[in-house]
Design a protein around this ligand. Structure first.
Ligand code: PGA
Length: 225
């Protein structure tokens, strides 16, 4: 099966010139590329465009927000929903996430829904409880065949401290038990060219959500090979 490799540029790389160079260097990989919103139009018609977020209303007086209709119109296929940075810095709740996921599915796009525990939750053996809540509330009423889940242990994001392959695989199985055996699950959290194979082929994840390493063209290309 084709693996889903997703580049989450976050609020990077900085200038349009840098973004254009980065895109030029990685576009042949065919990976899903999720740049900042303002670059989407310039990167279209790249066939695997994704967005990092969206709002759940179609249009109206929501200053600063971007609708799924707008993203679809630019050719986006995927939208990352509920990234831990959105939850942490922008107070996104599972209820918001649920509305966003429903809106994305209704528009015929694919939401990549992020779940995962903090370091403290992990130390207190709360990982399963957290995943259960995020799935119960965030995915309430959702058809699991229409989404991708990204298991992203928060303590592994941007830290260089990637999750052990075996532990990640165990959490993947926990998520499958909570949802469906056939649900697509990708891994994120300090994924890089050296550990990618372990997640993809040993733990059998359906893909990777890549932050930091997606900004390094050579490394990113190796992940997608
Ligand atoms: P990272 O980010 O690869 O830099 O850890 C992953 C993510 O936040 O999706």
């Amino acid at each position: 099966m084709e693996k889903l490799i997703v580049a989450n540029w976050k609020m990077n790389p900085g200038t349009w010139q840098e973004a254009e160079e980065l895109f030029g260097a990685v576009k042949k990989t065919g990976a899903v590329i999720c740049p900042p919103f303002i670059y989407l139009k310039s990167l279209a018609p790249y066939e695997n465009l994704g967005a990092q977020d969206c709002f759940y209303r179609e249009k109206g007086p929501y200053t600063g927000e971007i609708s799924v209709t707008m993203l679809k119109d630019l050719g986006c296929k995927y939208i990352i929903i509920g990234h831990s940075e959105r939850r942490k810095y922008f107070n996104e709740t599972d209820e918001d996430i649920n509305k966003k996921v429903k809106t994305v599915i209704e528009a015929g796009l694919i939401p990549i829904v992020c779940v995962g525990e903090t370091e403290e939750e992990r130390e207190n053996n709360k990982t399963e409880e957290i995943l259960e809540k995020e799935i119960r509330d965030g995915l309430d009423g959702i058809d699991y065949s229409k989404i991708v889940i990204a298991y992203e242990p928060i303590w592994a994001i941007g830290t260089g401290n990637a999750c052990d392959i075996e532990e990640a695989e165990r959490m993947k199985e926990v998520i499958q038990k909570m949802t469906s055996k056939n649900i697509k699950i990708i891994y994120g959290g300090s994924a890089n060219a050296d550990n990618a194979d372990g997640y993809l082929n040993q733990a059998n994840f359906d893909g990777l959500l890549v932050g930091g390493a997606s900004l390094k063209p050579d490394e990113f290309k190796r992940i997608t090979e």
